[in-house]
Every structure is written in C-alpha cells, then in structure tokens.
Design a protein around this ligand. Structure first.
Ligand code: MSP
Length: 527
C-alpha cells in the first residue's frame, strides 16, 4: 500500500433523470464537510462525485422529453448537476460521468476480466423490476398498490408498479460471495455504519445471496457488454464501478492511472442513502472480491430528508431545489443546518420554520452577534488594532481549557461522521464565549482608565476565540468563516490553518487590524 494514501471519499453518482433536490445535495454536502475537515487536518484527500447516466430510468426521462439520451444527459449535467455544486459550494476533486470514455473503457476491461476468471455466465432472468430503483426485486419485498395502482404489485420506495422482466442475460455469481462477505463483515464491523445498517446487511446476506443478472437486452442505452454487444451492462454494475474507474482501475502498472489508484484505493468512505445500502455493501464488495481488489473501508448509510413523513422526491413533487435555501439563507447555512439538525444516519423532516429558527438562534444571534460585537468593540476602544492581552483571570483560563476540549471533541466526532455532535461542540464553545462577554462586561470596564489592561485582555480573548471558531467552522461554513477571518485581520490563509492550530491559545498576533465588516449572518427580513 502507498504510504501517503489519500483519504478517499465518494458520494453516490446521481441519476440524471431530473434536476437535483435538497435530498441529493444532503449527501454531497455531508461528503464536502467531511473531506474539508480531513483537508483541514492536513491530510491528503480525494473527493469524488458524479452522475449515473445509463439505464432505463434516465432513458425514459429522455424519451418523455423527446430528446436523444446523450443530448439529454449532456444538457442536464451542464445545466443542473454541475451548477448545483457551485450553489452549495462543493470542493470536489473530480466529477465522473458514466458516459465518459474513461469510465466505459475501464468497465468493459474489468467485466472481461471477471468473465475470464469464471465469475460471469449466461442465464435467463424472470422477475419483477423497479425502474425507479433500477433494481430486480424479490416478490416478498413488494407492496400492494393503492388508488390508480389498485390490484398491482408496487415498489415500496416508489409506490409505483414493478415491471416483469423476462430475458436472457449475463449473470454474476454473487451467490459465491455469501460466506466471504459474512467473514469480512464479522472481522470488520466498522465497514458498514451505522450499526442498524450493519445489522440489516448482515441479516440479508445470511439469508444467502442469489446470482445477479448484470446485463439487459431490451434497450441499448448503456455500456455494451464487450463480448456480446446485443446486451448492455446492468446500470448498477456499471455505476458502482465509477468509484474505481475514476481513479484508474486496472490501468497498466506505472501509468498515471495506476499511480492514482495506488494513492487512493481502497475508498475510505462511500457515503450513500439508506435506500442504496445493499448495492454498496453486498454487490459492490462482491464485485471487488471477484476482481481481487481491496474492499472499501466503510459504507456509511445516511437517512432521508422527509416531507410529510415520506422521502423527499421529485417524482412525488416534494423536491425542493438547493438554490431555494441558498438564495434565502446564504451558501453556508445548508450544511450547518442539515448536518446539525439531523443525526447522521437517521431520517429527518425538513421544515422552513425549523431552518429559520436555528439560523436566527445559532447563527444570526449566536455567532454573528458575537463577531459583530467583538469587532465593533475593538474598533471603538482600540481604534481597530488588536491589543496585547495582560494577566489572565480564571475566566480566561476556563475558556482556554474549554477550547482544548472543544477542538479534541469536535475532531473526534467529525472523524466519526457524527456531524451533529461535532458542530454542537463548537456551538457550545461559542455559547461559552458569549457568556464570557456578558460576564466580563467590556463596555463597563472600558469606562475605567485604570482597567485598560483588563479591557485589553477581554477584547484580545474574544478575538482569539473567534480565530479558533473560524478554523473549526471553516469546513462547515467556508464562505462565512473566510469572511470572519478577514474581518479579524488574521494573517495567512484560513485554509492553511490545521484543526489542531485552533487550540493554540493566544495565537492571534496583537497589532493586527480588526474591521467591523458586514454581518456574517444577516437577520432574516421576514422577522
Ligand atoms: N444512481 C444511483 C446511485 C448510484 S451510486 C453507484 C442513485 N441515484 S439517485 O439520484 O436516485 O440517489 C442518489 C442519492 O441521493 C442516494 O444516496 C439517495 O439516498 C439520495 N437521496 C435521494 N433522495 C433523498 C432524500 N429525500 N433524502 C436524502 N437522500 C436522498 O440512487
């Protein structure tokens, strides 16, 4: 294994049958915050996202719009999926599209390798298929349709009738991996998280796996099976491979692709919604085992954003565009809100009221107010120049100790993908600094010239705490924290400050110019 392997994180690749909604952005933002956190620790990082462009779901949406599928996916990627990364300010290192030749060629090569190794054979598939999930379903998983679908068997996720597939296809010997997967997950319980996801996958595998049809013959929108161009590769088999094709899967030894692969593989975290857990924790590792490749270190299944108790979705007309939130609340609030309000791994209901309430309490009144009071006081009492601190009282010492603890706790929680606790640890530090300001009453101290030393200590302490907060919150709210950093007049680039440096008490250099800039989190107009 390569010494300095990057922390490699992936999001699912998104179907381009429609425009993104905040449920999709949720996964991407979680990945963005986690990779920014790792970067801020000074680690090498590789963050991949992209689009899943083949299969019947995408094909049908193109047909419904009367457009050739390639033209359709090109248009949606250019007009919707790439721009949404700007809207939510994502710092991905690569964006893979499954219609790119770098992907298609590597998929075909890998598939040929599996066939040559005896893992692929010809057979007949008969059974229900949900185009919404792009999944072969087990009859026991289906639910009875209601209203317009009365009397039909439906997919429990999409509430729409399944279709019956009856074709001659190529099969992958998934059943051969039942025992190896059980062994692997018994030895590596950390490989599927949270625990509920681990339990679900283990009990599914223990029922025994069935071989999987990995090609389709009734439509041609997909990657040709290399030895049988009458068939296209099953969209999930094609899609899962993106995580490896994007970093040079099976490229010739010594090539750029092989170097990249060595420096990234295996993936450290595949972030997925719980609806696509089995693909990632059963089919994908079996494919990798068949190919003799290392397995991902962790598949983390998060919950759904719900509207009216159901998974938010465009097809159910409950999708909200990420821009609706960003336009109203600014760039950074998206990650802050969703990752703090919803325990990662569980479902959460979205409501505008809750978002507004938390924005106002935590950001406008909490951090925003602290920053504007502090920068205003340095300007009023010290002509905008950060004073030198004098002797510290117990109150400053208490903040110093809390900052050490906050940094360690936040780091531990974030690395553990417990975003809510990580953010909360930082928020509690902000609350403590706000309390410190209230208790130390610098505006009163400023009235007594003999207390100037005290005043300087207080103002310095608040600004130095804001310095630490800017570092710790930078992965969560990059734009507003960069703004805070420049208002504080801190030297150097915020991106170059490691998480650990946040805990270096009194590292703001006295003498820097502190400006009272625009509000970091303006109050909402409708309040
Ligand atoms: N194309 C497949 C993934 C292939 S990965 C090799 C796919 N695409 S998707 O566009 O339907 O969904 C992508 C991700 O968005 C999934 O992780 C899914 O859980 C997530 N979400 C879609 N709607 C969601 C919510 N309402 N809430 C949270 N996440 C949701 O599946």
């Amino acid at each position: 294994m390569v010494e300095n392997k990057a922390f490699y994180l992936t999001t699912p690749i998104y179907y381009v049958n429609d425009a993104p909604h905040i449920g999709h952005a949720y996964t991407t933002v979680a990945g963005d915050v986690l990779t920014r956190w790792h970067r801020q620790r000074g680690e090498a990082v590789w963050f991949l996202t992209g689009t899943d462009e083949h299969g019947q779901k995408v094909l049908r949406s193109a047909e419904a719009n009367g457009i050739d599928p390639q033209v359709w996916v090109d248009k949606l990627v250019a007009e919707e999926w790439l721009p949404v990364l700007q809207v939510i300010d994502v710092q991905n290192d690569d964006f893979i599209r499954t219609t790119e030749s770098r992907h298609i060629e590597r998929v075909q090569r890998f598939l040929t390798r599996l066939k040559d190794a005896g893992w692929i054979y010809e057979g007949t598939y008969q059974g229900p298929y949900c185009v919404g999930c792009e999944e072969f379903k087990l009859p026991a998983d289906l639910i009875a349709g209601t209203d317009q679908y009365e009397g039909q068997e439906c997919c429990p996720i999409h509430s729409k009738p399944v279709e019956i597939v009856d074709e001659s296809n190529w099969f992958f010997k998934l059943s051969a991996f039942t025992e190896p997967l059980i062994d692997h997950y018994t030895k590596h319980p950390e490989a599927i998280r949270p625990q509920s996801a681990y339990n679900e996958v283990m009990s599914f595998i223990k029922q025994g796996l069935q071989d999987l049809s990995i090609s389709r013959s009734t439509f041609s929108w997909g990657i040709d099976v290399p030895w049988d161009p009458q068939q296209v590769v099953y969209v999930w088999f094609d899609a899962l491979l993106n995580y490896a094709t994007a970093v040079g899967l099976d490229d010739e030894a010594g090539s750029e692709g092989a170097k990249k692969f060595g420096a990234t593989w295996p993936a450290d975290v595949h972030l997925v919604g719980k609806d696509i857990l089995r693909f990632h924790a059963v089919i994908w590792p079996a494919m990798l085992m068949a190919g003799g490749l290392d397995l991902p270190r962790c598949v983390y299944a998060h919950g759904w954003l719900l509207v009216g108790g159901e998974k938010m979705s465009k097809s159910k007309l409950t999708g909200i565009a990420p821009s609706q939130i960003v336009d109203h609340f600014g760039y950074d609030v998206f990650g802050y809100y969703f990752l703090k309000a919803i325990q990662f791994g569980q479902d959460g209901s979205f409501s505008w009221e809750d978002l507004s309430a938390r924005y106002t309490a935590d950001l406008a009144n909490g951090l925003g107010n602290l920053a504007s009071r502090a920068t205003a006081m340095v300007n009023k009492y010290c002509e905008g120049v950060l004073p030198k601190p004098a002797a510290l009282s117990d109150k400053e010492r208490a903040l110093e100790a809390l900052l050490q603890k906050t940094t360690t706790d936040a780091d531990r929680h974030m690395l553990n993908l417990d975003f809510a606790e990580g953010i909360n640890a930082i928020k509690e530090f902000i609350d403590a600094v706000n309390l410190y300001v209230t208790e130390r009453e610098p505006w009163k101290v400023a009235k007594s010239p003999e207390l100037t030393d005290d005043l300087h200590t207080i103002l310095y302490t608040i600004i130095d705490c804001l310095r630490a907060i800017a570092i710790l919150y930078y992965p969560v709210m990059p734009k507003s924290m960069a703004n805070l950093w420049s208002q504080l007049g801190m030297p150097g680039n915020l991106a170059d400050q490691t998480i650990e440096m946040a805990s270096h008490w009194q590292s703001a250099p006295p003498g820097i110019s502190v400006t009272k800039g625009e509000a970091l989190f303006p109050r909402l107009e409708d309040e």
